[in-house]
Ligand binder design. Structure first.
Ligand SMILES: NC(=O)C1=CN([C@@H]2O[C@H](COP(=O)(O)OP(=O)(O)OC[C@H]3O[C@@H](n4cnc5c(N)ncnc54)[C@H](OP(=O)(O)O)[C@@H]3O)[C@@H](O)[C@H]2O)C=CC1
Ligand SMILES: O=C(O)C1=N[C@H](C(=O)O)C[C@H](O)C1
Length: 212
């Protein structure tokens, strides 16, 4: 595959570029703060940047008419709507977390949500000090999966790649589900899976749950 990355100079952008190149795919296009890198038209665009870059990404996806995989967090509701509109013309995969472990976490949360009536439920997420958004996109996905308003605490510590814990407690016991990304490689692997899934599709809106 010949790929393009929005945010290619960033932490995730670099991890994704390295993994795809290890697997003999080619990085041919990029967009970052200092503008565009163009070698040739990409077959696919991957966006791990910031919500304020979204319109640029949208423009380039329309211009190249290629699939989009977007992992940028903190998107506004209107931006999610815009992705759904875009997906009528090109395939789109959107997720705030591309690790397999978080997919399993969400399944467990879904299984438990009707069985913890009256329990205290809280989410704690911990990320590196450079992370710009709070709470994390993943914490929002976990909260959404529970169908109830649950407090989220955010810690910004050192170089933590991404920890999420869902605590559930009654007066006699505490149950928790916890996930730790050991590095950004886990997310990049999910992006590669998504690229293989989406590359030959004509259009449609997908999440990482559809991919795995
Ligand atoms: N869905 C998932 O599985 C995951 C999602 N994420 C999300 O991915 C996103 C990126 O994370 P991360 O790689 O850590 O962040 P980085 O800040 O390292 O990367 C973002 C890149 O975008 C660049 N950028 C900033 N402003 C602009 C602009 N106006 N136009 C173009 N490029 C710009 C940054 O440049 P500069 O550094 O010079 O500002 C940087 O190179 C975040 O939203 C994060 O939450 C992260 C991990 C996993
Ligand atoms: O910014 C990060 O680093 C991460 N962001 C995502 C989020 O906000 O949930 C996913 C992961 O936890 C890493």
């Amino acid at each position: 595959m010949k790929i393009g990355i929005v945010g290619y100079k960033g932490r995730m952008g670099k991890e994704i570029k390295d993994l795809f190149e290890e697997k003999n795919h080619e990085f041919v296009w990029g967009y970052d703060k200092d503008g565009e890198y163009f070698q040739e038209k990409p077959q696919l665009i991957i966006d791990f940047s910031l919500p304020e870059v979204f319109e640029k990404t949208e423009d380039y996806v329309k211009k190249f008419k290629v699939p989009l995989i977007i992992g940028t967090t903190g998107l506004q509701d209107e931006q999610i709507e815009a992705l759904k509109t875009l997906s009528k013309d090109v395939p789109v995969v959107q997720s705030y977390n591309f690790s397999i472990g978080i997919q399993l976490f969400l399944k467990m949360a879904d299984l438990l949500k009707d069985k913890i009536y009256g329990w205290d439920v809280e989410i704690v997420e911990t990320h590196h000090r450079f992370k710009k958004d709070k709470p994390s996109g993943t914490a929002k996905m976990i909260k959404e999966s529970l169908d109830k308003d649950v407090p989220i605490s955010s810690l910004r510590l050192g170089n933590v790649a991404g920890d999420h814990v869902l605590y559930m407690a009654n007066l006699g016991e505490v149950l928790s589900i916890s996930h730790r990304a050991l590095s950004r490689r886990a997310f990049a692997e999910g992006v590669l899976k998504s690229a293989e899934f989406v590359i030959n599709k004509k259009n449609g809106y997908f999440t990482f749950t559809d991919v795995i």
